[in-house]
Ligand binder design. Structure first.
Ligand SMILES: NC(=O)c1ccc[n+]([C@@H]2O[C@H](COP(=O)([O-])OP(=O)(O)OC[C@H]3O[C@@H](n4cnc5c(N)ncnc54)[C@H](OP(=O)(O)O)[C@@H]3O)[C@@H](O)[C@H]2O)c1
Length: 318
């Protein structure tokens, strides 16, 4: 059956290369479930890969068409085996096909059951789809940085997809949380209990005293400027992979500890994040929801570099 509307690229390029296509509905293998996707989160790696940048593009260069999308939330409609941890009708979400396969910008997708978590009934599918990749990155960045209670952490791009979740998790850890953002996002950051810093002002990195840890969600030159704000022996976790080596070298030259990272699809952490949403212990800010066919608009908006929270695609109902 070919009634699986997807957004695919057959060439790398501007957002307009995202093209609606009808593909066959895939069949799940033994470890997999078939998901009727309700919503798919949009992440910077989707746009970078679509543009032909980074290792996911390199990997897919000779295998186009490629369907972007690593974050999905939807309903299980078939199981590869009766032994599956999910039943038909279960609401699930997860980070799938990472880092190269993707596939989430689709009405139907197969995914390993082991990559999926349960979406609590109170959590809207749009919110659930926004959580996995950004939430896991936020959580794991703080883990890599070994953030401890009462430490002072600076989160660069604190209002963005990963940033606003990292801010909330760091606050819950009992840290003193500072976050950079443009002024229009300062009230938002205060609501999340972070102290905002305007990165457009001179000396923003050093104006608030010394930090134990920087979580870098921007990359050079911003991350290199932020090194000046770290105390002696301070740590930086640099998340954008394309500038990781430059920043780790610059940190090492200054005697600072730097770590790069690649997000890991951890279902226990995803479940915990979804449960926190359910319990009101975590908020996800949705900047905009787009019908699947308007994925190009979502990419254009993301590429302005000023998204607050997350952008999500919603699938047409079948
Ligand atoms: N290594 C991994 O596994 C991994 C995983 C996830 C993400 N990433 C990478 O991490 C980065 C962040 O991802 P994301 O999803 O959070 O991105 P995002 O949502 O697109 O980030 C948007 C935010 O960036 C802020 N911003 C832009 N320029 C800034 C600057 N110079 N200083 C401070 N803030 C600035 C904007 O704040 P204002 O509008 O307030 O200016 C906006 O809120 C991306 O490069 C992404 O590819 C890597």
């Amino acid at each position: 059956m070919s009634n699986n509307l997807s957004l695919a690229i057959t060439e790398f390029g501007a957002p307009e290369v995202l093209t609606p296509v009808n593909r066959p509905i895939p069949s799940p293998s033994e470890e997999q479930v078939l998901i009727q996707v309700k919503a798919a989160g949009v992440n910077p790696i989707d746009a970078k890969t679509r543009a032909g940048l980074g290792w996911a593009a390199e990997h897919n260069r000779d295998h186009l068409p490629w369907v972007p999308g690593y974050d999905v939330a939807g309903v299980v409609v078939a199981n590869g085996t009766n032994e599956s941890k999910f039943d038909v009708g279960d609401r699930v979400a997860g980070m799938i096909g990472f880092p190269t396969e993707g596939g989430g910008y689709s009405q139907y997708v197969v995914a390993d059951a082991g990559l999926l978590s349960t979406v609590p009934p109170s959590v809207p599918m749009v919110d659930a789809a926004a959580v996995p990749l950004a939430g896991l990155t936020a959580w794991q960045a703080l883990e890599h940085g070994k953030l401890a209670r009462d430490e002072k952490v600076l989160i660069l791009a604190g209002a963005g997809g990963v940033g606003h979740l990292a801010v909330q998790l760091a606050v819950r850890l009992g840290a003193q949380v500072f976050a950079t953002a443009s002024e229009n996002n300062h009230a938002f950051l205060r609501q999340l209990d972070a102290t905002p810093i305007d990165y457009h002002q001179p000396h923003w990195a050093t104006a608030n005293g010394e930090f134990d840890l920087v979580i870098d969600l921007v990359g050079v030159d911003t991350a290199i400027d932020a090194l000046a704000g770290l105390k002696t022996g301070g740590r930086i976790v640099t998340v954008p992979t394309n500038t990781r080596d430059t920043i780790t070298s610059a940190a090492a030259e200054r005697g600072l500890k730097a770590t790069g990272m690649l997000v890991d699809p951890n279902t226990w952490q995803t479940q915990r994040l979804l449960d926190m949403l359910d319990q009101g212990d975590l908020k996800i800010d949705i900047a905009a929801v787009y019908p699947l066919e308007q994925g190009a608009q979502a990419h254009k908006a993301l590429e302005t570099g000023h998204t607050r929270g997350k952008r999500v695609l919603e699938m047409p109902s079948t």
